[in-house]
Design a protein around this ligand. Structure first.
Ligand SMILES: Nc1ncnc2c1ncn2[C@@H]1O[C@H](COP(=O)(O)OP(=O)(O)OP(=O)(O)O)[C@@H](O)[C@H]1O
Ligand SMILES: O=P(O)(O)OC[C@H]1O[C@](O)(CO)[C@@H](O)[C@@H]1O
Ligand SMILES: [Mg+2]
Length: 319
């Protein structure tokens, strides 16, 4: 192993920069050369590679976004595009590629590895939707951003004695909504893993009002969606004024939390260690606070487990 490349792919996530820094610095520490690839797989196919040194990653650990930029490159689903990417890496003399991204990016890395490219994946996504790791890089920051918004919505919800429906990102995964809901003391948490009944929800809201609740926070995961319509329905059934707020891409930005920076540094360093041990086609993650690595195929095949216990606790604490 002499030369590696690193890219970020899919939706950006706070802490991706800290992960890039860890990969670059750990690689240089081990005497490897490092190339940065701009704009994910799209940039790889276009040959957007450049040499990185220690100063390429100076002053980025605290920054949101990704200095390498990112992309959703649909053409990468076609084998001819991946063959082009593999040839470009060969032409640059790159021995292995570190991919920082989510499940889609890992699928791309898995298929690229079938063409003989050595790959390592680092979980960079706010969605926390990868089964093999307890947490993904960016989840904690997005969670804290959502929580800050929820705290503010609680103020105005209380002042006006309104219901506040808050839609949280996460694609098909309810983790962000669940964690934000428990941390923000939400009255109801609606996630795709559990589903819900609209009229039960309205009953809970009315009971809360009868018990003296001044506000009512209903968190809706993106995978359920339809927050504006739900707000109208709640208002029509309960007679309580209701507003919907879709937090959107604000959850993707901002300075990463300490937790995300530490996670990114641990996982990024491990990615390079694995390559030094000649291990490839693996993804790095964290389970029970231990850094782990799994075969990329096996990791993608693992079934995600929703934290039912946490969901039940949130329910029990909410009224
Ligand atoms: N089935 C696939 N085959 C090949 N490449 C894929 C596949 N799925 C996704 N990719 C590549 O990975 C990129 C990122 O995937 P996707 O948009 O699903 O984001 P992600 O990595 O899951 O991150 P996030 O969900 O946080 O946005 C895609 O644009 C594409 O280039
Ligand atoms: O940035 P885009 O392309 O609008 O994608 C939004 C999606 O990306 C994520 O922010 C990260 O995967 C999801 O939570 C959301 O569904
Ligand atoms: Mg994804």
């Amino acid at each position: 192993m002499k030369k590696i490349a690193v890219l970020t792919s899919g939706g950006d996530a706070p802490g991706m920069n800290a992960a890039i820094r860890a990969v670059v610095r750990m690689a240089l520490h081990n005497g490897l050369e490092v190339m940065g690839v701009q704009r994910g797989y799209a940039g790889l196919v276009n040959g957007e590679l450049f040499k990185m040194d220690r100063s390429s990653v100076s002053d980025i650990i605290q920054r949101g976004g990704t200095i390498l930029r990112t992309a959703r490159c649909l053409e990468f689903k076609q084998e001819e595009t991946r063959i082009k990417a593999a040839n470009i890496l060969k032409a640059y003399g790159v021995d292995a590629l570190v991919v920082i991204g989510g499940d889609g990016s890992f699928m791309g890395a898995k298929l690229l590895s079938k063409l003989g490219v050595k790959t390592i994946g680092l979980p960079g996504t706010i969605d926390n939707d990868l089964a093999y790791t307890d947490y993904t890089i960016g989840f904690d920051t997005a969670l804290n951003t959502a929580l800050d918004a929820i705290n503010k919505l609680r103020d105005t919800s209380t002042s006006h004695e309104r219901v506040s429906v808050v839609e949280i990102m996460g694609r098909d995964c309810g983790d962000l909504a669940l964690y934000a809901g428990i941390a923000g003391g939400a009255e109801s948490i609606i996630v795709p893993e559990k589903g819900y009944d609209k009229d039960d929800l309205c009953r809970v809201i009315l009971e809360g009002k009868a018990n003296g609740k001044m506000h009512n926070l209903v968190l809706v995961a993106e995978g359920i969606g339809g927050s504006n319509e739900l707000a109208k329905y709640i208002e029509s059934v309960t007679g309580i004024e209701t507003r919907a707020t879709i937090l959107g891409h604000i959850q993707r930005g901002g300075s990463p939390t300490a937790s995300d920076r530490v996670l990114a540094s641990r996982l990024g360093a491990r990615a390079v260690e694995l390559l030094m041990e000649e291990k490839t086609c693996r993804v790095v993650g964290i389970r029970n606070n231990e850094v782990v690595d799994d075969d990329i195929d096996e990791a993608l095949a693992m079934e995600r487990k929703f934290d039912d216990k946490l969901y039940e606790i949130a329910k029990a604490l909410s009224y």
